[in-house]
Design a protein around this ligand. Structure first.
Ligand code: PFF
Length: 469
């Protein structure tokens, strides 16, 4: 006789519910894991932060320092986060709750991480909005002039206009929110699988254009010529801070993505591949930008002014510049999108898995909150220009608090957690793929770094960022 609903006992009902529960979404293919994780690492940081910092801090000499920083700090933290996520198979906050001994407040690291992801999104979506706006501005040639004063006016026309600033931020939020609602494999994985190769091809195209300009060699020299006299203690701290931002670590992004990794994914190898591919994209971006900047006699600058003032003037100076400028901003928009997807996923995963919301509701709520808090960043150059907290506009405050405080603090505690709370047995278990650990030496080295080396080095970055060093 068929069982009626009312006659099923409570434990059986629970079991029936468990059978019916949809399996947790995750990355379906090894390639998807790689493109999504790389999509998170590759972002606006590759286009304006990395090339300029490399050029200004001794070229190839800085690259060596950057590589050492990623090996001693970046990779250990990234591997820690990914393994924690894969072991717990949960969002960042729940991962720490699940993995830590009971009643210890380690979950706070996850909470600071989710808050950081949210705060980074609040200003990152604004810069991404400018990038998207520039695709259209380049199409209409509105921002194209060989005179940096004109391009500078075009840029300030955009950022000081409250309506345009808000609308472009909302467009970006809508686009990223739409992809997030589609899900981890159908949204994030599918999008990054398609877009990352496009980004790479477009970047190579702009590189070829830039490197074949007469006088390009000077730009290459700026980027690559090793100048060890420029490497100081401060340079090392700059390189480490950059490695943090570049590899999207310290804020739960990699914990969240790690929770979607397949069981047979080799985490140290994947992390190393992502780091190397991210470095290649950064170098290509430098080779796309600086040879052209020098070929036309411009001064390399840093930050948004390089992207939105110098670069349009450079493109306006070259044959087919109009076309290449459109391509350049499309590739920057792709880079920003992959990074924003990973940031969005942190609060969305928490809200949908822990607070019982549907993915759609969690995404819409995150978007609504970002419309609210992000507008404070979007209006930082116009109506809220004089509204300052600790002497900073809201845009700068979000940037400063996350990059200089939350990310390093998150990184230190993640190392301490894996190194001292988890310990060797758990590290070995969680680094293995389907129970097989091929290289125990790597596990030992990794544990040594997260116990003794990485946290100390990150502490130095933290103190320097707060002007204490
Ligand atoms: N790695 C991104 C970039 O280089 O632009 C920025 C970023 C993305 C930081 C995701 C943090 C993050 F969680």
């Amino acid at each position: 006789m068929a069982n009626t609903g009312s006659s099923i006992s409570a434990p059986l009902k629970r079991a029936a519910g468990a059978v019916q529960a949809a399996p947790r979404d995750g990355f379906a293919t090894g390639l998807g894991v790689l493109t999504a994780t790389l999509g998170s690492a590759v972002g606006l940081g590759n286009i304006w932060k990395f090339p300029f910092l490399t050029g200004a801090n001794g070229g190839a000499a800085f690259l060596i320092v950057y590589l050492i920083s990623t090996l001693l700090v970046g990779l250990p933290v990234m591997i820690s986060e990914l393994t924690m996520g894969r072991t717990a198979r949960a969002d960042a906050i729940t991962t720490l709750q699940k993995l830590s001994p009971s009643r210890k407040p380690w979950w706070l690291i996850g909470a600071i991480g989710a808050l950081s992801a949210f705060m980074i999104l609040a200003f990152y979506t604004e810069v991404a909005g400018w990038v998207f706006a520039y695709i259209f501005k380049s199409l209409s040639a509105a921002a194209l002039s060989t005179n940096p004063e004109v391009t500078s006016q075009a840029f300030s026309g955009l950022v000081t206009d409250p309506v345009q600033s808000l609308v472009w931020q909302w467009i970006v939020l809508g686009l990223v929110g739409f992809i997030i609602i589609l899900g981890v494999s159908k949204g994030i994985e599918n999008t990054t699988k398609r877009l990352m190769p496009v980004l790479f091809l477009l970047l190579v195209a702009v590189c070829v254009r830039s490197l074949t300009l007469p006088g390009a060699a000077k730009g290459l020299e700026f980027l690559l010529k090793p100048d060890f006299s420029k490497v100081t203690g401060l340079t090392m701290l700059t390189a480490m801070g950059l490695a943090f931002f570049k590899l999207s670590i310290g804020m739960g992004t990699m914990i969240t993505y790690g929770s979607y990794f397949r069981e047979d994914q080799n985490i140290p190898i994947t992390a190393t591949r992502v780091m190397l591919a991210d470095l290649s994209v950064s170098l290509l971006a430098g080779m796309a930008i600086f040879p052209a900047v020098f070929a036309f006699g411009f001064e390399p600058s840093a930050g948004p002014s390089l992207l939105f003032i110098t670069i349009p003037a450079v493109f306006a100076s070259m044959p087919l510049g109009h076309f290449f400028m459109v391509i350049f901003f499309i590739l920057a928009a792709i880079a920003a999108t992959g990074a924003m997807l990973s940031l969005f996923e942190v609060p969305v995963a928490y809200m949908s898995e822990r607070l019982g919301m549907s993915r759609r509701t969690a995404t819409l709520l995150t978007m609504a909150l970002l419309v609210l808090f992000g507008s404070a960043a979007a209006l930082s150059n116009s109506v809220l220009a004089d509204f300052k907290v600790l002497g900073m506009t809201m845009f700068d405050l979000y940037d400063f608090t996350t990059s200089n405080i939350f990310l390093p603090v998150g990184g230190i505690f993640i190392c301490l957690f894996v190194g001292w709370v988890w310990g060797m047995d758990q590290v070995k278990k969680s680094l293995s793929n389907n129970g097989i650990l091929k290289n125990e030496g790597i596990a030992r080295l990794f544990l040594f770094l997260v116990r003794f080396v990485s946290p100390v080095l990150i502490l130095l970055v933290l103190l320097q960022g707060l002007n204490i060093l």
